[in-house]
Design a binder for this molecule. Structure first.
Ligand code: CP
Length: 337
C-alpha cells in the first residue's frame, strides 16, 4: 500500500503515468473505477477547489465521499503520541485513522501549519500520523506541501506546450516568484512548485525579496537533487529583471519568511516594502511570452494584475480544472494499486 504524501516519494515516470490517466479521464470523465468505494476527506482548514474536486472526482468514478471538518461536528483530535489527553481533544488520531480505515478505502488530509514554530510544523505531524495509523492509503490535500496542485500544474503546462511530447517541459525556464500578500502564508505551494519544476526537467529560478524568503532546505535540496538529475540547476535571485528575462513559465505565490515564523511583526515592513513584486504586464513583457499561473485563491491586483490574470497566457483555470482529473488518477492508483 502506498500513500500520496509528497511527489518526492514518486518517480517522474510514476507521476507521468497518473497525469496520462488524468488526461484520459478529462476526455471521458464518468467511469466505475472506484465503484462502491468510499473516501474520507478530512479538512482542518478552509477549501473551495480541493474539497469540491475530490468530492466530485470520487463520485464521477462511482465512489462516495464523506467530508469531515471540525466545524462540521468532528471530535477535536490529538496528534501527539503519548499525550495526556486532558485538554480540548476528545479523540486520538490513532483511533480516528484506524476507525476511518474500517469504513473507507482512502483518507485525504488537509492540515496547514499552525504558524507558531516552523521546527514543529515542518514535521508535518498530522499528515504523518494519519499515514502511520491508517490501514488505507492517505492523500495529502495540502499540509506543508501541496502535491495535488503540483500535478495539476504540470498537466496544464504539458497541455499548453505539447501534450504529446513527454519531454516538452525539459529545459524550459521556470520562474517561481514570491508576491506580496498582507498576511504571511503557507509555503506549501511554493515548496511543491519548485520540486515539480525540477523533477520535470525545467531550469528553475526562485525570485524572492531577501534571503529570508528562501524555502526550507528540505525542499530546496530536493529540487536541486532532481534538477541535477535532469542536467539543470535551481537558482535563487532577488533581481526581478534577471528573473523574468526569457522565462517560459511564471508561477506566482506568496509565503511567509521562515526566520520570522511565529514572530511576524518584524517581517511586516519587509513584506510591505516589496509590493512591487506583483506579476504585471511590464514584467511579463520581459519573458518568452510565458505561461503564467497561480494555485488560487488569489488576491487580484495584489499578487497579479487583472490584465495578466485575464490574459491569454494565464493557465490558472486550466490548472484548477486539472485538480479534478489528476486527483481521480491519484485515487485510482492508490486504491486499485
Ligand atoms: N488551490 C487550492 O488548494 O484551493 P483551495 O484552498 O480552495 O482548496
Amino acid at each position: 500500500m502506498r500513500h500520496f504524501l509528497n511527489t518526492a516519494d514518486w518517480t517522474r515516470s510514476e507521476l507521468q503515468a497518473m497525469i496520462d490517466d488524468a488526461r484520459a479521464m478529462k476526455a471521458a470523465p464518468i467511469g466505475d473505477a472506484l465503484k462502491d468505494k468510499t473516501v474520507a476527506l478530512l479538512f482542518l482548514n478552509n477549501s473551495l477547489r480541493t474539497r469540491t474536486s475530490f468530492d466530485v472526482g470520487a463520485r464521477q468514478l462511482g465512489a462516495h465521499a464523506v467530508v469531515l471538518s471540525p466545524s462540521g461536528g468532528m471530535w477535536p483530535l490529538e496528534f501527539e503520541d503519548g499525550a495526556v489527553m486532558d485538554g480540548e481533544a476528545e479523540e486520538h488520531v490513532k483511533e480516528a485513522a484506524a476507525v476511518l480505515s474500517r469504513y473507507c478505502d482512502l483518507i485525504g488530509v488537509r492540515a496547514f501549519p499552525k504558524f507558531v514554530d516552523w521546527s514543529e510544523d515542518r514535521k508535518d505531524k498530522i499528515l504523518n500520523a494519519f499515514a502511520k495509523y491508517a490501514t488505507v492509503p492517505v492523500v495529502n490535500m495540502e499540509t506543508i506541501t501541496h502535491p495535488c496542485q503540483e500535478m495539476a500544474h504540470v498537466m496544464a503546462l504539458q497541455e499548453r506546450f505539447d501534450a504529446d511530447d513527454l519531454g516538452a517541459l525539459d529545459g524550459k525556464k521556470f520562474l517561481l516568484t514570491w508576491t506580496y500578500h498582507p498576511k504571511p502564508l503557507n509555503t506549501a505551494v511554493a515548496n511543491s512548485a519548485l520540486m515539480i519544476a525540477a523533477k520535470f526537467g525545467m531550469k528553475s529560478t526562485l525570485l524572492c525579496p531577501t534571503k529570508d524568503y528562501i524555502l526550507d532546505e528540505r525542499y530546496m535540496d530536493q529540487a536541486q537533487k532532481d534538477a541535477a538529475a535532469n542536467g539543470c540547476e535551481v537558482t535563487v535571485t532577488h533581481d526581478i529583471d534577471e528573473a523574468y528575462d526569457g522565462a517560459d513559465v511564471v508561477y506566482a505565490k506568496s509565503w511567509g519568511a521562515l526566520p520570522f515564523f511565529g514572530n511576524w511583526e518584524p517581517e511586516k515592513p519587509i513584506r510591505d516594502a516589496h509590493k512591487h513584486f506583483i506579476v504585471d504586464e511590464e514584467k511579463m513583457r520581459k519573458t518568452n511570452n510565458a505561461l503564467v499561473s497561480h494555485c488560487l485563491p488569489m488576491r487580484r491586483n495584489v499578487k497579479m494584475t487583472d490584465a495578466v490574470f485575464d490574459g491569454p497566457t494565464c493557465i490558472a483555470y486550466e490548472e484548477a480544472e486539472n485538480r479534478l482529473h489528476v486527483q481521480k488518477a491519484i485515487m485510482k492508483a492508490l486504491v486499485r494499486g
